[in-house]
Design a binder for this molecule. Structure first.
Ligand SMILES: *Cc1c(COP(=O)(O)O)cnc(C)c1O
Length: 405
């Protein structure tokens, strides 16, 4: 999964270019920066590599989501339909713009269930935000149809699926806007960073201003810029952008290693008839940063996790169902509406309601799911050892369950 595994001389060279001039800011200082514009260069590379008209970098993936929502005019009281399985950043961003996160079930794609989305639409719904979790994608055709029918915004949280595609188009470029995260554990890292991608000039112009205190960036004198609207500071620094620039040039290498290693490990698990795999709406587009697999029941899954822990082979395997960061069952701070400062009444009421909301359909999927993070550094030998040990642990649990049945 992570680009940091292949950090090297290329990243150091790009960062050094910036350190040579000492201009760490992405705007201004035209003379002393000696033609070095890493953030601009990375934005151009993103539009070329992923095939979108516009890209605007931000200080994080969370900031990218907040920025995209502001630019898409999602605000006070608007409902954003999002999945119950995601990273906490998705609902943080919704709350940050005054909107209301409406959490709905995921299906065996580990992403938004289109039927659950349909059922959650109200007159206040403004946006559907699929999260392409663990390297693969939501059923975008179905979600697009729903959005078109109900005149809703489609915002893709593609933070975890850099390099994935759906029917030939890059994830994150298919909706009205989409975001990547370049935090330290993502497929491309800047250390910290993110991007909003869009094909709308209007959305891009708004992102450009919003991330820099509303500056219109029209003149060469930053001090004379006008402020057509209120913004924030979600800027990326030149140092961070420089790292990303080196990383994006290695993306093809990252992806081919991920795909090769994922396939090799999968071959071991495929030998067990009781193991099934995540449903992928477009198999060819899986970025393969994770291999996500299912066991027949929650009990068996918990037993396999326990067995893998016992054998010291659990590292890199994620049981999201019991994980503090990624699934509704453990988000007590969200369900209790625990914030430092006051939320709007509408937001607070919506969050408190989550406690009494059933996510049985998601539970049935997530309680049986284990995701294995795919390393770029595995050797064939290591994959063989890993695969054989995982198979042995799973078989041991399945055999013991049959004996006790
Ligand atoms: C990582 C991530 C984010 C947020 O990105 P940061 O850069 O860490 O702020 C948002 N959504 C998902 C699904 C993520 O995995």
């Amino acid at each position: 999964m992570p680009g940091f595994e292949l950090f090297g001389t290329e990243e150091r060279k790009e960062v050094n270019d910036v350190l040579e001039t000492g201009i760490l800011m992405r705007y201004g200082f035209d003379g002393p920066r000696k033609g070095i514009w890493k953030a601009q260069e990375l934005e151009k590379a993103i539009t070329e590599v992923f095939g979108c008209k516009y890209a605007h970098l931000t200080s994080s993936g969370t900031a990218a989501l907040t920025t995209a929502m502001a630019a898409l005019n999602i605000g006070a009281g608007d409902e954003v339909i999002m999945p119950s399985f995601t990273f906490v950043a998705s609902f943080e961003a919704v709350l940050s713009v005054g909107a209301v996160p409406v959490l709905v079930n995921v299906d065996e794609t580990l992403t938004l269930s289109p039927a659950a989305v349909k059922a959650a639409i109200t007159p206040k719904t403004k946006c559907v935000m699929p999260v392409h979790m663990c390297g693969s994608m939501a059923d975008l055709d179905a979600l697009k149809t729903i959005c078109t029918e109900h005149n809703l915004i489609l915002l893709e949280d593609a933070c975890q699926s850099i390099g994935g595609t759906y029917k030939g188009k890059a994830l994150g470029t298919i909706g009205h806007a989409g975001t990547f995260s370049f935090d330290f554990v993502k497929t491309i890292t800047c250390g910290e960073g993110g991007v909003v991608m869009t094909n709308s000039e209007d959305v891009w112009t708004k992102c450009d201003g919003y991330t820099d205190h509303g500056h219109d960036h029209k003149g060469v004198d930053r001090g004379a810029d006008l402020h057509p609207f209120i913004g924030y500071n979600f800027r990326i620094s030149e140092l961070h952008a420089a790292v990303g620039l080196a990383q994006i040039r290695k993306l093809d290498t990252f992806l081919s290693l991920q795909r090769k290693n994922n396939k090799a490990l999968r071959a071991y698990l495929e030998t067990i008839p009781e193991v099934s795999f995540r449903k992928v709406p477009d198999e060819a587009g899986d970025s393969c940063s994770f291999l996500s697999w299912f066991l027949p029941s929650e009990e068996l899954t918990k037993a396999v996790i326990a067995e893998m822990k016992e054998q010291g082979i659990l590292a890199g395997n994620f049981y999201w169902y019991a994980n503090n960061w990624h699934y509704i069952s453990k988000w007590d701070h969200l369900k209790n509406a625990t914030t430092l400062n006051r939320l709007s009444d509408v937001q607070q009421q919506a969050l408190l309601k989550l406690k009494d909301t059933s996510f049985a359909a998601s539970d049935a999927v997530m309680s049986r799911c284990i995701s294995t993070a795919i390393s770029l550094l595995w050797t064939e030998e290591q994959i063989k050892e890993k695969g054989e040990k995982m198979v042995a642990a799973i078989k041991k649990v399945l055999t013991s369950a049959t004996v006790h049945a």
